[in-house]
Ligand binder design. Structure first.
Ligand code: GL4
Length: 824
């Protein structure tokens, strides 16, 4: 009734989006949510007050969104299962979605507060490693924007990705205590809790109806508790939810009945339970805490499936129609145990017969593969799998038995095929192959870029693709133009909107192409350059305050930010920097386009060579940046702790985007797209989505170098000899020699030995083979940059023609081709 009685004169204080309404609400929240008077409030208190004010304005759409999922059984809901959601800071993105950024800015200004400073204050939840987790977040944004009902299911890690500090040039890992202060965007859901069992034994038992059923007696039971985060779509009308699970001990212990021994073992149990969701593992760490990681995967998968079955049940629909209520996407193999868990829930718990359960399961799941690196394909040692999930191992065996029967029946001529397709790798020690389980249990399998999907079919999952050709497809990745252009690059966004209006924000592909016709327009070019300069100044300021490195905004900003990995070849980039440095020193009078070479990214804590690469970048920076002979012409900076927040400053400031992985190794890349839609021109190999980006922007607007995938394979087949590449290339030999002899390690000749030896004797990623072609291409890029009109034209055309790399396009393709869900 109260709401009805309100008039225009007294709007609801929790939904009023006027400047005055926001001002009052912020003050109200400042007092009642943080307990501070205006005079004593610190920036963190203002942040909390603003966050609650924004959250209030999202809740109506959110409650409606949840009701729609829980009450409308006719619409298939997408469940995106991902061990990572790298959602980034929430405040700015949510204000943008609701369209309240400007009134909020004015409201805060009237209170003497600066909105940008408050936004920048927000710590970010680091619940992902890099591209894979960020992709999941972009997809959630697009699902909400397109009005598709969806739930993202994941893990609420207490400690996210480690914070990276650089000490004396080296990476140091610090714990990411992102929950130190309350996270205003989540709602703990006391009502959504499920028990998850681990370990123990199974035995057969006769059910009341006389049938035999497997009983699983677990060694431990843990409670998974839901924490929900709203994901509001652009325009604020549709809201989905991200449901993250936290592990808790089943029940608090009863002190009165305990003797001392039980007391301590109970506490121990409690600690074990809560450890499960303690920490995110680096995805490229060779020494993961294996057992705990399988426990994490299973916990979130089991809780999510129980939750979906609960929702399905509450709709009053029969169990055999579960796949009409949910389309479940497996984001890589991390949630692949879901195939066995859904079978267990349907068969063991709900008494469904195996064939019906299998039919429901294989109509429910679809699987996205995100990697071509064989070492990154998840395999669980059988004894470990049996110890954590004894019942699931039996189910995997049964799925495999039936599957291999069909394989042998279909291909009696190839007796070895069953071994290659099996869900079990029979080499010693034996493993469960999670990619095989995911493929067999899904109706669709996709790669994340055209080249990647082809290589999956040809090499990595070749036998499976030949057996199930109809399952394999491609959906090229995309990124959300809201966060990755509108929010992170207000200067360029304004420049674009002044020409073509603002509809590009949620109709990117359709609208952004209209910029093409202004590519040579001098006025537009001038505005474009001004926007880029503003962004370069913003990054220059950041570099100065956190690194004490002076960058020159007039220099070519040449940037490589991403996880540090040998296949991504940051060391190729460093070798090039050293070669440029040597050229400048040898020939001080040479024509040289000033460059700021910027690096950023984390290395897995146990990945020794990746950490050597970070040290090398910093040591090269130390030499180059203090040498007066190259001052004003060459600068090197390593931005520590690269994350979503710093990415939002770095991508918009780049002129040149380094996408230089060895062809055939990067599944897609998404940083390439973020740089591109912010007007950076790419220098890259024919790898991942670079291939399609180049096709879209035109080959004349892309700096291509390096071996192709087929050439790489040919070189490797013929027997690659890295040292052979030194002979014709004195610049390369000199650079390696300098690294080896201690020029970049304060005279310590042993320092970079492992890295140099690896390059000279192994060079798995063909750094030396691609060096000459990379140098030539860099020279071409520099020559083009020296012509501002030509460069600006390239930059504008890159943005205009990259419309298909919006995650809205990716999500439409998933909806139509994989999930069978209606979308506008
Ligand atoms: C990755 C790929 O390495 C990356 O190329 C891709 O863009 C991303 C999203 O599909 O997935 N795979 C893993 S594992 N981490 C990634 O970032």
């Amino acid at each position: 009734m109260a709401a009805k009685r309100r008039t225009a004169a007294s709007p609801d204080p929790r939904t009023d989006c006027s400047r005055e309404g926001l001002r009052k609400a912020v003050l109200d929240n400042l007092f009642y949510a943080t307990g501070h008077a205006q005079e004593n409030a610190a920036r963190g208190d203002w942040y909390t007050a603003v966050a609650y004010t924004v959250r209030d304005r999202m809740l109506k759409a959110w409650v409606q969104g949840i009701e729609r999922i829980a009450a409308d059984g006719d619409v298939r809901c997408v469940a995106y299962l991902s061990a990572e959601f790298l959602i980034g800071p929430q405040l700015g993105a949510n204000m943008l979605a609701l369209g309240i950024t400007e009134p909020m800015r004015e409201a805060l200004a009237s209170l003497g507060q600066d909105l940008d400073a408050i936004v920048f204050h927000e710590p970010e939840p680091g619940l992902g490693n890099g591209g894979l987790g960020r992709l999941a977040a972009c997809f959630m944004d697009s699902l909400a924007t397109l009005g598709v009902p969806a739930i993202g299911y994941g893990i609420r890690y207490e400690f996210g990705m480690f914070r990276q500090a650089i000490e004396d040039g080296a990476q140091v890992e610090l714990a990411d205590k992102w929950l130190r202060r309350p996270f205003p965007w989540e709602l703990p859901r006391g009502g959504q809790q499920y028990e998850v069992r681990l370990g123990g034994k199974t035995h057969m038992e006769t059910a009341p109806d006389g049938t035999l059923r497997v009983q699983w007696t677990p060694a431990k039971t843990v409670t998974a508790c839901a924490h929900d985060i709203p994901v509001v779509g652009h325009g604020g009308t549709h809201c989905n939810l991200l449901r993250l699970w936290r592990a808790e001990a089943v029940e608090a212990f009863d002190f009165s009945t305990f003797n001392a021994g039980e007391y301590f073992s109970s506490v121990h149990d409690k600690i074990f339970s809560e450890t499960i969701t303690k920490v995110l593992y680096p995805n490229d760490d060779p020494y993961q805490g294996k057992q705990l990681r399988l426990g994490q995967q299973y916990l979130f998968v089991s809780a999510s499936l129980q939750d979906m079955l609960h929702i399905h049940h509450s709709l009053g629909k029969p169990l055999e129609t579960f796949h009409t209520t949910f389309a479940i996407q497996l984001n890589d193999t991390h949630p692949a145990v879901a195939v066995a868990e859904l079978m267990r829930l349907l068969v063991d718990v709900h008494g469904m017969d195996w064939d019906t359960a299998w039919s429901v399961t294989t109509q429910t799941f679809a699987y996205t593969n995100h990697t071509l690196l064989p070492e990154a394909l998840e395999k669980w040692p059988l004894p470990l799998f049996a110890e954590v999930l004894p019942r699931h191992l039996e189910i995997v065996y049964e799925i495999n038995r039936r599957f291999l029967e069909s394989v042998t029946a279909a291909h009696p001529e190839d007796p070895d095929l069953a071994r290659r397709l099996s869900l079990i790798d029979e080499t010693s020690p034996r493993f469960v192959r999670m990619a095989h389980l995911a493929t067999v249990g899904s109706k669709a399998v996709n790669g994340v870029a055209a080249l990647h999907s082809e290589l999956l079919k040809r090499d990595v999952l070749g036998d499976l693709a030949a057996f199930f050709p109809e399952k394999f497809t491609n959906v090229t990745n995309g990124v959300t133009p809201r966060r990755w252009l509108a929010l992170c690059n207000p200067a360029l966004a304004a420049c674009i909107s002044n020409r073509i209006g603002t509809r590009w924000q949620d109709h990117f592909e359709e609208e952004i192409i209209r910029l093409e016709e202004f590519a040579d327009d001098p006025d537009f070019q001038a505005q474009w350059q001004a926007a880029k300069l503003t962004n370069k100044q913003r990054l220059t300021h950041l570099a100065k305050t956190i690194l004490r490195v002076e960058l020159d905004p007039a220099a070519l900003f040449d940037v490589q930010v991403k996880r540090i990995h040998e296949y991504k070849r940051q060391h190729l980039n460093v070798l090039r920097v050293i070669a440029l440095y040597n050229r400048l020193r040898r020939n001080p009078g040479m024509d040289f386009v000033p460059r700021a070479v910027i690096f950023g990214g984390k290395a897995a804590p146990a990945y020794y060579l990746a950490k050597q690469i970070i040290l090398l970048v910093n040591r090269v920076a130390e030499v180059v940046n203090t040498d007066p002979a190259v001052a004003g012409r060459l600068r090197v900076a390593f931005v520590p702790n690269f994350n979503v927040r710093s990415g939002q400053v770095i991508y918009p400031a780049a002129d040149l985007s380094q996408q230089i992985s060895l062809a055939g190794k990067e599944a897609s890349g998404t940083g390439n797209m973020k740089f591109g839609i912010n007007g950076a021109v790419t220098i890259g190999t024919l790898d991942g989505a670079n291939v399609e980006m180049r096709a879209c922007v035109g080959e004349e607007n892309f700096f291509l170098f390096g071996l192709t995938t087929d050439e790489v394979q040919a070189v490797q087949r013929a027997g690659y000899s890295p040292a052979a590449h030194l002979e014709g290339n004195p610049e390369l030999a000199e650079a390696l020699d300098q690294i080896r002899s201690g020029v970049f390690s304060r005279g310590d000749a042993g320092c970079f030995r492992p890295l140099v030896d690896n390059l000279l004797h192994r060079d798995e990623y063909l750094v030396l083979a691609d060096f000459a072609s990379y140098m030539d291409c860099q020279d071409r890029a520099a020559r083009t940059y020296a012509d501002p009109a030509a460069w600006t034209r390239m930059s504008i055309l890159n943005v205009a023609r990259l419309g298909m790399f919006s995650s809205d396009r990716s999500i439409r393709e998933y909806c139509r081709n994989i999930w069978n869900v209606p979308v506008e």
